[in-house]
Ligand binder design. Sequence first.
Ligand SMILES: [Ca+2]
Length: 349
Amino acid sequence: MSVHRPSSLQKACLLFSLAVAQVLLLLLQPMPAQAAEPCPASMAPIPGGTYRIGAAAQLPEEQPGRRLRISPFCLDRTEVSNDRFAAFVAATGYVTVAERPLTVEQFPELKASERAPGSLVFQPVSGSGPIEELSWWHWVPGANWRHPEGPGSDMAGRGQHPVVQVAYEDAEAFARWAGGFLPSEAQWEFAARGGLKDRVFAWGNTWNPHNANTWQGTFPRSNSAEDGYGGTAPVGSFPANEYGLFDMTGNVWEWTQDWYSVGHEPLAAGSDPMVNSAAATGDPRDPGVAKHVIKGGSFLCSANYCSRYRPAAREAQSPDTGTSHIGFRLAAPIAAPAAALTTALPVRG
Ligand SMILES: [Ca+2]
């Protein structure tokens, strides 16, 4: 009986067919599901958790409030930069509050010559005499986000610096365009703490001027700029906290949604509270003006005057007033399940 032996050509064809079949099988395999990113690329996932807002042994307005629960959310890794704000303005034609003339309805006491658009600019105090409180702030016609210190200043070389001279409604308009929202004070402070429990600073309990852009020297006269910057710094110039957030301390103050009171009494208990009504809030230094909470301190915060370069620190700001040291960053809902994030990220609060 003869046995058919395959020729070399037949063997080669058989091997080729097997290889093709294997490739086809691989191609037909279902692809493993791609894990959805929890946040947009510019944002860090904040895992959520519980903490007590505020800080004992600090300023009166910071006294500890209730223990709060924060749900996971996303937060911009950096403050919104001039380049990012410029993209918004280019796309929408938006005109900021500081670029609009002052109306008779809003400021009936002003003469026509005093209604030119402008904003508040910090200027160091010279001389050695007594210093009147807040005398370092000057109304400068022509100051706006494109000219942060007035007509003689511009954006050259500052595309990555945080946008300033933005009023609250400017920040809200940007948020509507970009798809996000301004964080609440409770969210902001939780994120600034980076999972560290009851620490004075965003990195621990020991001050380090090289961890944030603040003021070194005697405010408001002399700034040695030991940290490398006398004014704003490009966003992300200093170390991030444990959640990957930059400049939660210093550089510029940041708008939050909450209305300001001295202390946290108006903040309700429970999850993700926010003081979202101006009723029964206020700043005793400026009665009758409802203000928003700003957080984080700025390049103007010094040990001798402000010292508000701490997560618990807070200030009040009139919503219609931008300055040369206030900016913002956005938050957004998180896409990933909370349980997965809690496993992936440190939660120590
Ligand atoms: Ca500085």
